[in-house]
Design a protein around this ligand. Structure first.
Ligand SMILES: *Cc1c(COP(=O)(O)O)cnc(C)c1O
Length: 234
């Protein structure tokens, strides 16, 4: 690997600030801060920035592009990192995802579920899966329609090599906290209505601009890029 970046004060301050935001949002919602986990979204940031956060105790990292992620994983192979795939999943990338990640947050159709299942090596623990839901029904975005989620969840529960953990969403960005909470609340209600609700422990929702609203509505993973790493290069 390139020379590991020694964590700068700026990096430390950003991580501390994000942890405080999560802590404060949890308290405001009457939740225990430990219920909310921080996924550091490292897309387009170099491996040495990831290494700096690992040195500060961060363990979970989310990537959106398979080839970029595999390169960084090779560079960081000796570090204690849990890798999450959070980008759109193309069917020709499912084997690589099944072999190189612990979590897939962005599963939205039957074909992808089946391919992740068959691609997961038999001697690995199950791949943790979240179903991505398109709550606002935007044609341009990935994610399953809310009506399709129960059937996908049932299938995910049956396929070998997968462990369904819960639901994920990426709402339209808005500055209006009420609107943020309305959409996150829909994901929470959708999870509550699924069969085997008691086995599902995950709501992957909330990013740099709306994590407080997500925590207020029950987020268990917040996926944070910009607030941790700064603006993404190029
Ligand atoms: C990029 C990305 C994030 C992080 O967004 P920020 O606004 O930079 O915090 C979270 N989730 C997904 C799926 C992303 O693609």
């Amino acid at each position: 690997m390139q020379k590991p970046l020694r964590p700068t004060d700026a990096t430390k301050n950003k991580l501390t600030a994000v942890r405080e935001r999560i802590h404060d949002a949890a308290r405001a919602a009457g939740r225990r801060p430990e219920e909310i986990r921080l996924l550091a979204v490292s897309k387009r940031h170099p491996a040495r920035h990831i290494a700096a956060l690992v040195e500060l105790g961060q363990r979970d990292f989310g990537e959106n592009y398979v080839s970029e992620a595999l390169e960084k994983q090779a560079q960081l192979a000796d570090l204690p990192i849990t890798w999450h795939f959070i980008g759109p999943i193309q069917s020709n990338k499912t084997t690589a995802i099944a072999e190189h990640f612990s979590w897939a947050h962005s599963v939205d159709r039957v074909k992808i579920l089946r391919r992740l299942s068959s691609g997961r090596p038999a001697d690995y623990p199950p791949l943790n899966v979240c179903l991505q839901v398109n709550l606002e029904q935007e044609a341009s975005k990935s994610g399953a329609a809310p009506e399709a989620v129960a059937e996908l969840a049932a299938l995910a529960g049956q396929l070998p090599g997968l462990r369904l953990r819960g639901l994920m969403c990426i709402p339209q960005p808005t500055d209006d906290p009420q609107e943020q909470r309305r959409v996150f609340g829909q994901l929470r209600e959708l999870l509550a209505r699924l069969p085997h609700r008691d086995e599902l422990d995950t709501l992957s929702m909330g990013m740099s601009g709306d994590l407080e609203s997500a925590v207020a509505e029950g987020a268990t993973w917040v996926r944070i890029g910009t607030a941790l790493f700064g603006a993404r290069p190029g």
